[in-house]
Design a protein around this ligand. Sequence first.
Ligand code: FAD
Length: 452
Amino acid sequence: MKVIVLGSSHGGYDAVRQILSDAPDTEIQWYEKGDFISFLSCGMQLYLEGVVKHVNDVSYAKPDQMHKAGVDVFVKQEISAIDPANHSVHVLNHNDGSERDEHYDKLIISPGANPASLGVKGEDLQNIYKMRGRDWAIKLKEKTVDPDVKNVAVIGSGYIGIEAAEVFAKAGMHVSIIEFNERLLGTYLDKEFTDTLTKVMKDHNVDFYGNQGVAEYKGEDDKVTTAITSKGNEIPADLVIEAAGIRPNTKWLDGIVDLDDHGFIKNNEYMQTSEPDIYAIGDATLVPFAPTGEKSVIALATNARREGRTAAMNALGQEHAMVPVSGSSALSVFDYKFASTGIKEGTASRFGVKTQSTTVTDTFRPPFIPDKAGNAEVLFKLTYNPETHEILGGQVMSKQDATQNMNTISLAIQAHMKVEDLAYADFFFQPGFDRPWNIMNVVAQQALKDLK
Ligand code: FAD
């Protein structure tokens, strides 16, 4: 059998790995239109901050490694069209300008997404950047040490915007974040958390402009100098980083496989598109959201990887449905580490779900242990259905790393557990690590009182 995999990022990578593991005799052709395979945007902040020294190290696979494993890797070769009736793809080879058709038995596509362009006046000025992929990583790295960059404006305060802001603040620049929503990280955390983080940002020379978008860029000598917001604020900016959402890279697939109104590829639980031998995965698709059972837009590497493996298993003839996900993610903002999963109070209305929440503050380890020995306050919020008591989401934040708790809450959501199940669940205790009652027990026990 011959399987063609399009895209070398998270989705494509895991599809290839799964085929290699389950059916190593499969003929695998792996296509990447860029000049590098498997760059991980997730690792970009570590590269920009100098923790990872070389941009090419931010990767999972090297072409020679994959060749040795039996994969035909085609770099700088773009699949420009698909003919499902003939089971063939058209390939543009950007290395030498040649073109050819290739036959497939099964095709797995992970074309990903592109950062949204905002379409505002002045967007064609120089020094207006995005933050995704290796090319932008290299350009951004140059700017972290550019003495001409004193002021940076970041458009959007999802996790990518926050990473961008932190990178440039740590590099000694003044940063302004412009955000449509009232609060930064509004889809990830509720107000109790973001109030603290907004202050932490301010303490590190990052100003937040909420409830406004960017309306126009102004410049001098073709270079951006100012971002003007919809509220008329004039924000000085020698560099702008637009991180205000993504658009699925699917225009070229229109008429080949079914797309939804926003351009996401429609797939079933086995990742099959409207063409049964074409499987679609990653940021160009929606994923099943465990708290509601509905499909949702959640652009995460974790989801792309799960979809990649699911697609590969089904392409090989094993029946394997995609496991619903909760959109779990974690991040740090200077000293604070936080994570969240599932539904928050701030996003509940979007899902049309009734929620109630309980928030507790505890210490990471027993209170007699001083902060400098690894203790800190932990803020934890549990969100659940007040009628069924089913757990719907969680958020945690601390200067210690309490983020792994969100993986447990994610599992509780996936297993449709109730507050009662969590209240007395068995979690270990050792003062070097936590408290006799894990904070998940504590919050669930309090939730039971709140529910009475
Ligand atoms: P993409 O990563 O978009 O890759 C698609 C690939 O396909 C590209 O390499 C593209 O060149 C190639 N391609 C497209 N069309 C063609 C074609 N026609 N022919 C050949 N090749 C083609 N997620 C997390 O879970 N955790 C994190 O910490 C995290 N951090 C992030 C930080 C940043 C700065 C960014 C930008 C994203 C982050 N993400 C994170 C999200 C994660 O990177 C994406 O969800 C993931 O990359 C999606 O993978 P994908 O395979 O769908 O597509």
